[in-house]
Design a binder for this molecule. Structure first.
Ligand code: HEM
Length: 376
């Protein structure tokens, strides 16, 4: 996305999902509701009995389900249901297609991705019905987009709107869900950090209580955990930029027009800026100012998980709110232990090898068993 289209995208997002006021007054409530909906389902068993033995959950999949449902709700004001489940399947085909060999046959991953993408891009499909049923709600960026006129009076075409929405879905879904998953893994490996996070979350409140903006703003150690997770294991390890002029750097010159990869990971792992850089140490953010580390950390140039400059991620606050709410309810409501050994890898993308399978138990029903290794 470039030029006028890029500017229009930023203007639209600033007025919707990238606006702290919109997040505070509208989105936070949905985030709270949808996250609890998924976590509630972990407490239920098909026969209605209590899951004393624990429920096995593939955390990465559950985190993806949460961020997908949140994105669809925020972008299109559509509640989770049959249509969102169908859309998620189509979307996963599309994403698989990005990473497959480009052979356009009906039996190849790439071919199926094209067909799926075409079905979605060919219109809002069943989404129009799901949308119409909820017409009384705010339309979100999708509605604003289709209604918007640019400065020169040209409207977004439906295809442009679909492209734009898909781009937003891609931007927010994988990134946020992976940080959720990895934060939980790091916490499980660092019980002292988990204990402090639980202390910050209190008793989790009454089941009907909803987190509000003041609660979110008071989650200072949570922000330290999120910063540290993003520093260690951001799914976006860097960005490409093109030099618009000759850039002299450390005795070399990057010639004008040259494309360079700016590696966040190289900076985030540099021991000059981060002592014991490979260790998970959320306290480093506490001493760097705790809440000051909320957005850019100790200094914008050495902590840049959301990029920088005119392309700085417009979803940074939304992502933080979603991860904070998720961690709050997870740690205050559940104990968990790894269901299998798993580890974090960084190539070709940052993830855990097995999607981090865990066994969860509601906390008020099952006190932690000190004899079980890794059970918190
Ligand atoms: C932990 C979660 C997230 C991380 C780590 C992340 C990270 C990033 C990074 C590194 C960039 C590139 C910035 C640059 O080029 O300088 C970016 C761009 C972008 N992100 Fe995020 N992001 C996250 C969540 C979200 C969410 C939730 C949304 C919206 C729903 C979003 C929307 C976007 C958009 C639209 C862009 C393109 C901005 C542009 O080109 O001007 N992101 N993000």
């Amino acid at each position: 996305m470039r030029g006028a289209f890029h500017r229009r995208m930023h203007a639209l997002l600033s007025a919707t999902i990238a606006s702290p006021t919109v997040i505070r007054d509208h989105l936070l409530h949905d985030i709270d509701h949808l996250i609890r909906r998924t976590l509630d389902s972990w407490e239920e068993k098909a026969d209605g009995s209590e899951p004393m033995a624990g429920r096995r959950v593939l955390l990465q999949d559950q985190a993806k389900k949460i961020t997908f449902e949140l994105s669809v709700k925020q972008l299109m004001s559509i509640d989770p249901g049959e249509w969102t489940e169908g859309l998620m399947k189509e979307y996963l085909h599309l994403i698989d297609g990005f990473f497959s060999i480009p052979l356009a046959f009906s039996f190849t991953t790439y071919g199926r991705a094209l067909q799926g993408g075409g079905r979605q891009a060919g219109g809002r499909g069943g989404g129009a019905e799901a949308w119409d049923e909820q017409e009384e709600t705010e339309p979100g960026p999708a509605g604003a987009l289709l209604e918007a006129e640019s400065e020169d009076g040209v409207e977004f075409t439906e295809e442009e709107a679909v492209d734009f929405l898909l781009a937003l879905l891609v931007a927010g879904y994988e990134t946020t869900s992976m940080i959720m998953t990895l934060a939980v893994k790091y916490l499980a490996d660092h019980p002292r950090a988990l204990a402090l996070l639980r202390e910050e979350g209190g008793d989790g409140g009454h089941p009907d209580d909803v987190l509000d903006w003041a609660d979110y703003k008071s989650m200072l150690f949570t922000q330290c955990v999120i910063n540290e997770t993003m520093r260690l294991a951001n799914i976006i390890s860097g960005v490409f930029r093109r030099a618009t002029a000759d850039v002299p750097i450390k005795g070399y010159t990057i010639p004008k027009g040259c494309k360079v990869f700016a590696s966040f990971r190289a900076v985030h792992m540099d021991p000059t800026y981060y002592t014991d850089a490979r260790s998970f140490d959320p306290w480093r953010w506490w001493s760097a100012g705790g809440a000051n580390g909320r957005q850019q950390g100790g200094g914008a140039s050495v902590f840049c998980p959301f990029g920088g400059g005119p392309r700085f991620c417009p979803g940074y606050e939304l992502a933080r709110v979603e991860i904070s709410v998720f961690l709050h309810y997870l740690v205050t409501r559940f104990n968990w232990e790894p269901a299998e050994e798993d580890k974090v890898v960084y190539f070709p993308t940052t993830r855990t090898v097995k999607g981090y399978p865990i066994t969860v138990r509601p906390r008020h029903r099952a006190p932690p068993n000190p004899d079980v290794r890794g059970c918190y």
